[in-house]
Design a protein around this ligand. Structure first.
Ligand code: MLT
Length: 396
């Protein structure tokens, strides 16, 4: 018996697990501290009414023999949900067919699982800083990872370097953790680079619903040539508050072929073998997100979070702290004051303001000296956190 020794190359624990452990230890030692958590990007508003109604109806259907459902369709998603997703993409001027859409329990699982269809010999190109799942899942497989620098100079939006050869390229826009967003021209550069290199882009669009400017791309398939080189991952987590309900989807276009083999067929083979699909009840809830009323209700929730983002951003401006994000993204990525290191700033905020954020260093070496705050908190708590941060930073 041999274990997968690649796991030994990982950090001891996943970033957000490490933070939770630290915060829980602080709370146990300081039971009266009123901690405000703006760390992990977890939503705080309940599911919208339209979704709740659909969930209740689906539960009722499951209680009646005639409408009860067992396993879902083999092709990974009920047609009612795939139709709704397909229509949503039409709104972005993207035409998909249902067979290209794979419903799943979320983007995180799919981003990790997709690696099953790629050789471990592939070279992977990942921006730094980045959502830790991309790096950790490749380390688990022992794949060679190259990093591209995202930094203040390039606005945390690295562009392709033709000298670098890679097989798999991760892009996330709007970006987690930096909140930076690629425009069409920049994404076109990536698409052209990937097609020239015969590489595949793994495009994380989990935060597309936060884009406010209609000229910015919400799907990579809005870019010419992307269907030949990109897989897109999306999620209901941030869009509709499904972090605990679990539903997402991945798009693998028919045009995406490598070594003469359809990646869509490989992914279908992988999913039908290892995954029995998302609960009917949850898929009904997800489909309700796309009804006109559902869209109206989730937009109200997204607006609530974006107002929090504006509150945080305004405070950063007031204090003269450099930041990105917050405009088309629920994340504010700020430069730690007084050249502090990320984890030192984390400790300072936790101990002196009882506010939790995410240290930028947890997202990669270029994240050192930066810090992420999320706008997914409660409105009052967010305002209070901002006041506490202002008070603390003006006193040091
Ligand atoms: C984050 O805080 O980066 C996200 O909540 C993590 C995730 O979506 O898995």
């Amino acid at each position: 018996m041999q274990i997968n020794r690649c796991y030994l190359d990982l950090k001891d624990s996943y970033l957000f697990a490490t933070i939770a452990k630290k915060v829980n230890a602080y709370q146990s030692a300081n039971p009266n501290a009123k901690i405000i958590r703006l760390g992990i990007g977890d939503v705080t508003l309940p599911l919208c009414k339209e979704v709740i109604t659909a969930l209740h109806e689906a539960v009722e259907e499951m209680s009646v023999k005639e409408t009860f459902r067992g396993y879902g369709p083999d092709d990974q998603g009920y047609p009612f949900l795939k139709d709704a997703i397909r229509e949503y993409y039409v709104g972005h001027n993207v035409t998909l067919s249902n067979e290209e859409i794979f419903v799943s329990d979320g983007a995180k699982s799919d981003l990790g699982n997709i690696l099953d269809i790629f050789s471990k010999d592939n070279v992977v190109l990942i921006p730094d800083p980045v959502y830790p799942v991309y790096v950790d899942t490749n380390v688990m497989d022992g794949r060679k990872v190259l990093f591209m620098d995202a930094n203040e100079e390039n606005g945390f939006l690295p562009l392709p370097d033709k000298k670098v050869k890679a097989d798999l390229i991760y892009l996330c826009s709007p970006n987690n953790p930096t909140g930076a967003v690629y425009n069409r021209q920049q994404l076109k550069e990536w698409v052209d680079y990937a097609n020239e290199q015969n590489a595949v882009i793994l495009f994380d669009a989990a935060y597309e619903c936060f884009i406010q400017d209609k000229t910015l791309p919400r799907s990579i398939y809005e870019i010419d040539g992307a269907k030949n080189c990109a897989i897109e991952f999306c999620s209901f987590s941030k869009m509709a508050g499904f972090t605990g309900t679990r539903c997402g989807y991945t798009v693998v276009p028919n045009e995406l072929v490598r070594d003469g083999i359809s990646l869509k067929n490989l992914w279908l083979r992988r999913q039908t073998t290892k995954f029995n699909g998302v609960a009917y009840i949850v898929q009904k809830g997800a489909a309700a997100v796309f009804t006109p009323e559902g869209q109206k209700q989730i937009k109200e929730n997204l607006g609530y979070y974006m107002a929090n983002a504006r509150t945080i951003a305004a405070a950063m401006r007031e204090m003269g702290i450099w930041f990105t994000g917050g405009e088309h993204s629920p994340y504010i990525w700020l430069k730690c004051p007084n050249n502090m290191k990320s984890w030192d700033f984390f400790d300072l905020l936790l101990e002196k303001a009882n506010v939790v954020g995410t240290p930028g260093a947890g997202f990669g070496k270029n994240g050192e000296g930066f810090f992420r705050l999320t706008a997914f908190g409660d409105k009052q708590n967010t305002s209070e956190a901002v006041e506490r941060i202002k008070k603390l930073l003006t006193s040091i």
